[in-house]
Design a protein around this ligand. Structure first.
Ligand code: NAD
Length: 248
């Protein structure tokens, strides 16, 4: 079940945290995984070596998803070189947490150009080869706070809510071309993004999570793998919540 042999997958921000877990899961299922990373060469080498050591196929490419032209060129190159692109996981994201009254313009610009525009550019560049192949799987990383809101995360939660609108629209636009588009909305997952939260905040999160713990990147990757699979072929425009019951 959930085999991806012969498929080409691109995971943005794919060498760290949830993205790395997605890269590993897709590669373990047989996909050739291209991990897009923004700048950390060591993390890129480490993630590639780990997948290869486990018997998978992976490579890392440097890519800032906020640059529309670079995204278009990179995805064109991947498609040409590897013979297609079947799976796109839009995982790259940043969080600049701030109460609304303190929010600065560059925080809004940076967050939206990575989380929202970056996802749009990757979808735009990937949709053509997917349409040509009459198959494709796009999985966009949203967040529980995109649905519930969260004090201190006005900008981030707005960007993650935007992902849901985008996902639903693309699902409708490309269903007839064999491309499914879904979102995964994690709750609080133990990664670099959440490591700076204070113990007090973490305890508050755990106590408001029915399963009584934070999540692991592998648990998000399992949902991504399912949505990328043949078996999820009748699912599109949906939000799969991986949040320990925090929002039901
Ligand atoms: P992380 O900070 O550990 O990793 C984010 C990755 O995105 C990094 O590899 C980073 O280099 C990459 N990235 C950032 N900006 C980029 C850009 N412009 N171009 C290319 N790559 C870029 O975060 P994570 O916790 O692994 O989060 C992954 C995704 O899951 C994000 O979209 C995040 O919003 C979402 N998410 C995380 C949580 C959580 O609790 N960790 C919860 C809900 C949603």
């Amino acid at each position: 079940m959930f085999r991806l042999d012969g498929k080409i997958a691109l995971v943005t921000g794919g060498t760290r945290g949830i993205g790395r877990a997605c890269s590993e899961a897709l590669a373990a299922a047989g996909a050739h995984v291209v991990m897009a990373y923004r700048g950390n060469e060591d993390a890129a080498k480490d993630a590639t070596a780990a997948i290869e050591a486990a018997g998978g196929k992976a490579e890392a490419v440097k890519l800032d998803v906020a640059s529309a032209d670079t995204v278009a060129e990179t995805i064109k190159d991947i498609t040409k070189r590897l013979g297609g692109l079947h799976i796109l996981v839009n995982n790259a994201g940043i969080a600049r947490d701030q109460l609304l009254m303190r929010v600065k313009q560059d925080e809004v610009d940076d967050t939206f150009s990575t989380n929202v525009a970056g996802t749009i550019w990757c979808c735009k560049a990937a949709i053509r080869p997917m349409m040509r192949a009459k198959e494709g799987r796009i999985i966009n990383l949203s967040s529980v706070v995109g649905e519930t809101g969260n004090p201190g995360q006005a900008v981030y939660s707005a960007s993650k809510a935007a992902i849901l609108g985008l996902t639903k629209t693309l699902a409708r636009e490309y269903a007839s071309r064999g491309v499914t588009v879904n979102a995964v909305a994690p709750g609080y997952i133990d990664t670099d993004m959440t490591s700076s939260l204070s113990d007090e905040i973490k305890e508050g999160i755990v106590s408001s999570t029915p399963l009584g713990r934070v999540g692991r990147p592998e648990e998000v990757a399992a949902a991504v793998l399912f949505l990328a699979s043949e078996e999820a072929g009748y699912i599109t425009g949906q939000v799969l919540r991986v949040n320990g019951g925090m929002y039901v």
